[in-house]
Design a protein around this ligand. Structure first.
Ligand code: E8X
Length: 599
């Protein structure tokens, strides 16, 4: 799916701004047909999550539908063009109406969807656009939510009602089976864009290297008759050309895309047909697993970086370009070279920034929370497989051409311990499916939760072993000697598996400004000691080819006894101020090379 652009053939009209809004009060979902603007209308910002935009607890605790509305006019000048309405992300479930008619339903809150307006509206007309957004998560959604309050009732805490009694409790709420606030709404941009009637539907670029030359295998998906491709370099000079809807282009003495702090060189494919034009930036780089090494351009890459979130004050999970630019600056300030889009695909603009800055991405789906302890086998009882395949397909369709994307993560922390056989079947079949969809055939993994790694038979089948471990925090709390002992027992196991291993999460909640002469949990000194002790163990293992502290920054979660103003494991505060651990990693990572740190 191509990102909308304005050029001599195409026009983009921004529909972001202040829209009309109201939360559904549970009385009547018919509201959408009788414009609710007249009813308890509020002003709301698009793009943004609605949860933190009003000082009203209903917005944080809302469970169910919310309604957005605005009008827009299509310029007469677009009369001869194909018109498309595009939503970059609506979280989680959207119903889109134009002039009161349902024109689209979309499930999935982190990937774009489009609506062709052919036969629905005409240029020169003014339209009423209404969007109903459902924020509910369940055992049938990704991310996964718990059903019917089971997470809060039926526990063995004294005085808590039983699950049966809970059924009589009417106030429903979202019970996320994940540790980030369930921000919802029109979280990313909304645009009207036009193309010629005969247009370029999609472009696929598969780069490779032949000696000093770059090879670009391209495919242009179009009904146009003539296709002309010019490859231009960073200075805009044409370095190669080709004709036809698909082909192979050789770029002599090509400049490769290399991760920060090396040069992330980008070319542009200027694609013209008899009626349309699309310019696509791309990089020439190769990605390959070689034994226990992760090779980029044939060199052993070491992942220095983070698990992140799209999370910022006021915006919630809403698209925030200023934070994205700031985060890129901080990633480089710390000497990092990568991040994982935990736990959902991020806004496309962040991937384009990463292409330009040379920051490597592990691209993750919204499949988080697939597990219910020993209560039930999620692979037999959660209705998620079809949707999981849909989000993988849409993720690869959107991000396939980004040089910064080097690996797909199918999920975060699914249960692979309590039902090992069905877990192995689910993940190995989905692994094959993911590989089959990627034209560049990048490595595929999922991120494994702290578990009984000898029982888990799925993690070891992935191209890269990605594990989240909290020795010294959630277990062996505060005892870093015992934590390192236990960590090494596990690393001894992974040593026998012979795969590259990335520690995709490890961390300690830390209150900024909390200092102790003798490090204890929650102090800044403990966070530094925790990381220094564990990194020292990583440095002894050649197959540990990446360290991603959890998390880049503090972030918001549902309230709970373990969350004092959200999750505080950030190296930075939520408003991006460094804790001592950020300075520690800056010192460590600026002295670790991007390539060749491990043989
Ligand atoms: C945590 C992280 C959470 O924020 C992240 O989204 C997924 C969690 C740790 C799991 N991983 O709680 O800070 C630890 C499992 C028990 C050892």
């Amino acid at each position: 799916m191509l990102y909308p652009v304005t050029n001599e053939k195409r026009t983009v009209i921004d529909l972001n701004g202040v829209w009309g809004f109201c939360l559904d009060d549970g009385t009547n979902e018919e509201r959408i047909n009788n414009s609710f603007i007249a009813l308890n209308r509020e002003n709301i910002a698009v793009p943004a999550s609605y949860n933190d935009l009003k000082d009203d607890l209903r917005y944080r605790e809302h469970y169910g539908w919310a309604y957005y509305e605005r009008t827009f006019t299509i310029p007469e000048t677009l009369r001869s063009q194909r018109l498309v309405l595009r939503f970059d992300a609506v979280t989680h479930h959207a119903l889109v109406y134009i002039n009161g008619k349902l024109v689209k339903e979309h499930q999935g809150g982190f990937l774009p969807f489009e609506i062709s307006l052919d036969g629905i509206v005409t240029a020169g007309s003014t339209c009423l656009l209404q969007v109903a957004v459902d924020n509910r998560v369940s055992h049938s959604t990704l991310p996964v939510g718990n059903e019917d309050g089971t997470a809060f009732f039926g526990s063995d805490n004294a005085g808590v009602p039983s699950v049966e009694m809970a059924k009589k409790w009417r106030k429903k709420r979202n019970l996320p089976n994940f540790d980030f606030f369930n921000y919802a709404g029109i979280n990313r941009s909304v645009r009207l864009y036009s193309t010629p009637e005969k247009y370029i539907r999609d472009v696929t670029i598969v780069p490779s290297v032949d000696g000093a030359d770059g090879i670009v295998d391209y495919t242009v998906d179009t009904d146009c008759d003539s296709v002309f491709v010019a490859i231009t370099d960073r200075e805009g000079r044409t370095v190669a050309t080709a004709e036809g809807k698909e082909g192979r282009i050789r770029i002599e003495n090509a400049k490769l895309w290399n991760p920060y702090p090396e040069d992330p060189y980008l070319y542009t494919a200027v694609i013209k047909t008899e009626s349309d034009r699309y310019d696509l930036r791309f990089g020439i780089r190769t990605v390959r697993i070689d034994g226990r090494r992760f090779l980029i351009n044939g060199k052993p890459f070491f992942f220095k970086g983070f698990g992140k979130h799209e999370d910022s004050p006021v915006h919630g999970r809403g698209f925030d370009l200023a934070f994205d630019v700031k985060d890129m600056s901080l990633i480089k300030w710390m000497g990092a070279n990568s991040f994982r889009t935990s736990h959902y695909p991020y806004a496309e603009e962040m991937y384009s920034l990463a292409d330009e800055e040379g920051i490597v991405i592990i691209d993750e789906t919204p499949a988080v929370g697939i597990g219910a302890g020993t209560a039930q086998d999620p692979y037999k009882t959660f209705n998620i497989r079809k949707h999981h395949e849909d989000v993988i397909r849409d993720l690869i369709d959107r991000d396939k051409n980004h040089p910064s994307v080097v690996m797909w993560s199918m999920a975060n922390e699914p249960d692979t311990e309590h039902f090992p056989e069905s877990a192995e079947e689910y993940w190995t079949s989905l692994y094959d499916y993911t590989h089959s969809l990627d034209p560049q055939d990048r490595p595929v993994t999922f991120v494994c939760c702290q578990n009984n790694y000898e029982v888990d038979r799925a993690t070891r089948k992935m191209d890269v072993v990605c594990i989240n471990r909290y020795y010294g925090w959630y277990n062996l709390s505060g005892d870093m000697d015992a934590a390192c002992y236990a960590l090494n027992i596990e690393l001894d196991f992974w040593q026998t598996i012979g795969k590259p291993l990335i520690m995709t999460e490890y961390g300690a909640d830390t209150l900024p400004g909390f200092h102790l002469s003798q490090p204890e949990m929650f102090s800044e000194e403990f966070q530094v000691m925790y990381y220094d002790r564990i990194n020292t163990e990583f440095d002894k293992r050649d197959f540990v080819i990446g360290e991603h502290p959890w998390n880049f920054a503090d972030f918001n979660t549902i309230q709970g006894v373990y969350r004092a103003d959200g999750n505080r494991k950030g190296l930075l505060t939520r408003d991006r101020r460094p804790k001592m651990a950020a300075h520690y990693f800056r010192k460590r990572w600026t002295s670790i090379p991007t390539f060749g740190y491990k043989p």
